[in-house]
Design a protein around this ligand. Sequence first.
Ligand SMILES: C[S@@+](CC[C@H](N)C(=O)[O-])C[C@H]1O[C@@H](n2cnc3c(N)ncnc32)[C@H](O)[C@@H]1O
Length: 193
Amino acid sequence: MEDYEYKKVDFNNPSFMFTIEDMLKNMIGVPLFYNPYFKTFGLKGNENVLDFGCGGGSSSRALLKFLSRGGNLTAIDASDFWIKKARKRLEKYTNATFMAGDIRNLYIKDNLFDVISIIHVIHDISPEDRKDTVGAICRKLKQGGRIYIREPIKKSHGMPVDEIRALFNDCELREKDYIISKSEYRGIFAISP
Ligand SMILES: C[S@@+](CC[C@H](N)C(=O)[O-])C[C@H]1O[C@@H](n2cnc3c(N)ncnc32)[C@H](O)[C@@H]1O
């Protein structure tokens, strides 16, 4: 794990490249990347879903399409800049709630979500805050619910697979499925029976 270098990113002052990446995600990322991925969640449409680290809201927009039967989406991001962007992009959705801040301090009931989606967020949290943050996320999951997580795993940009597994195992979640490519870990965790 010590080979992995944590690079702190200032998400409230995104670089030009990062804003271009966000624009592309919003235009082509939704049909090409998010929709096919969220299809694998098997949502019925009435679930309570958390998009943790939603960024500019492209993933939230895609998730909302799968929640048209009474479902609700909560989108959280630590950055005021990105949550503002997400809220503006998705203002027409009455079943979406946006929250800026640290999940460890936000007022959100425990055992609330059927599904929690985390896409490329935990590696951006400082290593000493990861355990408590993942602990807070896990407490928000309903019994029988699932956490879907994707994280980059390259040493130059990412975090170790063992650390991802340990973080969720520490809060009594078990890995139900996973795929590991050269650059990314993709997994599903659920509360152990
Ligand atoms: C690489 S971006 C990924 C954004 C989005 N999930 C996507 O798929 O495009 C990482 C996001 O995580 C957010 N983030 C970082 N630390 C966070 C934390 N402790 N709680 C919530 N969001 C956080 C950042 O503000 C940023 O929007």
